[in-house]
Ligand binder design. Sequence first.
Ligand code: TPP
Ligand code: SF4
Length: 286
Amino acid sequence: MLEEKPSHPLDAYMRTDRLPHIWCPGCGIGIALQQFLWAVKELHEEGKLDPNKIVFATGIGCTGRASGFVKFDTAHTPHGRAIPFAVGVKLANPSLIPIVFSGDGDIASIGGNHMMHAARRNFDMLVIMVNNMTYGLTGGQLAPTTPHSVYSTTTPMGNPESPIDATKVVYSISPNFVARMSITHPNLIRDTVKKALLMKGFRWIEVLSTCPEIFGRHINMRDPYELYSRLKKVVKFKKVASANDIKYDWNSEITCGVFTEKNDPSYMENYLSMYGLKEKLGVLSP
Ligand SMILES: Cc1ncc(C[n+]2csc(CCOP(=O)(O)OP(=O)(O)O)c2C)c(N)n1
Ligand code: SF4
């Protein structure tokens, strides 16, 4: 007897012929991606979002492989360059909805300049940075987000540097939306993505994630549940009044929550108005 093909409610948004995916058992990237897809599905079903307008761009890395699995127009761009790719997409066709989904190495290291300047321009895109605190794909080199003193393959005596808090950097630039979420609280990722997808301007969501295979192994937490529990312990949801309230400390607190939510004119609104293209304002999707 033929076995029935298993199905899943998110199959319509996945290239199921590309499965199984490449991610290790216990990897947090799938949780982040799944919640993103739930958000798209719910908005689609509510008639608020047309998935055919999404352009899903990733850089290189384990997280970057997501562009091979989702059923949108996708681009697996050079390392660190997903944000400028998304800028080009939106300028060429303002009705499209560019979404960048990539790793912390990709976005906060080699792509760090793009991150800052897209935020400064309040450029119309949603960026989801999955932060597993390491270069996962390439075997655990030091990332700018790696906590102080922990082992990495390029700092075998421990990390002598202090990590960058990419969310705090973006918050200080003050684009329309800034949030940090965690795979330990999946429903909150979904709610936050839903909110951000309907806004204009630059929208930033960092998602703290787990890499048991590399980061976990390096800190003696190879067991996915142990690493997940360790992350859950340090995640603290808070309202913040200033950048000083946002902490990124693996040993005490990584502050999570929605930190900025506003409706300033976006880059595309300014650009189309100033360059005599006001009639195109109507086609702007979030
Ligand atoms: C220009 C360039 N430099 C370096 C690399 C090698 N490289 C591929 S993935 C990667 C790190 C990925 O780390 P991250 O973005 O954090 O993603 P993760 O694998 O952890 O999801 C690096 C350094 C590359 N592909 N291109
Ligand atoms: S190496 Fe780490 S980030 Fe990459 S798939 Fe495996 S667990 Fe996930």
